[in-house]
Design a protein around this ligand. Structure first.
Ligand code: NI
Length: 207
């Protein structure tokens, strides 16, 4: 399938998903992972979020925070088998970057970090990211490396509880972090933020 067609189908599918989520609205937000979704994030800049990490990208290359120095980062933790928040978040990040002038968008690096390293190896992440912005870097690693990165961003995720077929979803924080070129936290969005809002915030922030 052509990438454009695949993306169009994804957008269509996600549109339907968004409608379903809206219908489920109140229930969804009051669900058992409402707490986990909000994580420990505090509003406003200057808090000690983020930091050093050592992970592996979708091409199998080791990546550390130093590789992204001097760039704005949009950082999101999730997993490729996620059926709710993750596709919405990655699509919003993709569409926000698509709406910006190239000189602004090019200063922002979108990052996806898996919280499910058991299934999300580099090849799986590479496949998944074909549905989203071409400049996405997807990161995985050993469970302890993922745990360290998640802790730095105050992301929490629950241990998987596989069903009889071995399938599972992972409850996790669904915050999108905007980090500055010096590595400091600027502000956050979440998986229900619109691409329009994210793009406007980036336009106002990225210098
Ligand atoms: Ni998810």
């Amino acid at each position: 399938m052509k990438p454009q067609l695949r993306r169009a189908l994804w957008i269509l599918g996600l549109g339907l998903l968004a409608i379903a989520l809206a219908a489920a609205g109140a229930w969804y937000l009051r669900g058992d992972n409402a707490e986990i979704r909000s994580g420990g994030v505090v509003a406003g800049g200057g808090s000690a979020l983020g930091g050093s990490f050592e992970l592996v990208d979708q091409e199998g290359r080791t990546r550390t925070q130093a590789d992204f120095a001097g760039r704005y980062l949009l950082v999101y933790f999730g997993f490729t088998y996620c059926v709710d928040a993750c596709p919405l978040a990655l699509l919003a990040m993709t569409q926000a970057l698509d709406r910006l002038p190239a000189e602004t968008a090019d200063r922002v690096q979108p990052l996806f970090v898996t919280v499910d390293p058991a299934r999300d190896d580099p090849a799986q992440i590479r496949l998944y990211l074909q549905n989203f912005h071409p400049r996405f870097v997807g990161l995985t690693g050993a469970p302890e490396q993922i745990a360290a990165a998640a802790k730095a961003w105050r992301v929490v995720y629950e241990p998987p509880k596989p069903d009889a077929e071995g399938n599972y979803q992972v409850n996790h924080t669904t915050i999108i972090y905007l980090m500055g070129p010096d590595g400091s936290f600027i502000r956050h969005f979440d998986h229900l933020s619109s691409a329009t809002d994210i793009a406007a915030a980036l336009q106002a922030t990225v210098k």
